[in-house]
Write a protein that binds this ligand. Sequence first.
Ligand code: G3P
Ligand code: MG
Length: 234
Amino acid sequence: MLSIGHRGARGHAPENTLASVRKAIALGADWIEVDVYWLDGELVVFHDQHLERTTNGKGLLMAQPFDQLRRLDAGNGEQIPTLAEVFATVAAGSERVGINVELKGLGTAEPVVRFLQAGPLRGEVWDLSRVVLSCFRWDELARVRAIAPRSASGLVLAELPPGGVGAAIVQAQAIGAWSLNPAQAIVTPALVQAAQAAGLQVWVFTVNEPGEIARLGRMGVDGLFSDYPERVAG
Ligand code: G3P
Ligand code: MG
C-alpha cells in the first residue's frame, strides 16, 4: 500500500511548505500530495481559499499579488512555495518519490499541464509515471484529458454521486482517470472492488489513525493519504 504524504507531512511540519515536503520524503512517503492554485501567473502551493488558518496574512488568497504572498509566514518562517519549488525539492530529495498535484483553484489544469510539458526545457526530465493530477471537479480533469491525454489523473470524491459507486466509476472512466481518490468516510469493500475491477487505483484520504490504516490495508486499497506518512509506510 502506497504512502501519500498529505500536503507534505502535515502532522509534522507546516502544510504545503517545502519543509513539509522534505519531511515527507524523510519519513518514507512514496508520493507527496500538494494543493495548487493558478494566481498572478504563478502556480502557488496552498490549500485554503483564505490566508488566515495557515499564514500570518489576511483575506482571500486569490486577491493577493504573488509578491505579497511570498512575504507571508506559512509557519515556522516557511514561505508559500511554487509548484516548481516543490518539484525541485522532490527531485533533490529522492529519485523514487512521486508528486500528486491536486488542482485546487479554478482553471488550474492548463497551467499545470504547461508546467509539466515545459519540464525538459528547464532541464528537468520527469518520469510522468511519477506525476498524478487530481481534482474534486470532473470538468477540470476533463480539461487535463483534452490537452494532455497521457497524463495520469485522479478523481477526488468527498461523497458519492446520486448513482452511487457505479456512477462514480463511470465518471472516472469518462475522463480516463487513473485513480479514484475517495474520502475515508465513503470507502467500502464494494467500492474498492468495483473500482479496481474497472482498472482504477484506489487512493483514500485522509487517514491518520493506525487502526484505520490497518483496516483499509486489509480492504486492499492501493494508497492512503496521511498527515503522518510514516504510519502508512512503516
Ligand atoms: O487529494 C486528497 C485530499 O488532499 C483532498 O482533500 O481538502 O485535503 O485537499 P484536501
Ligand atoms: Mg489536497
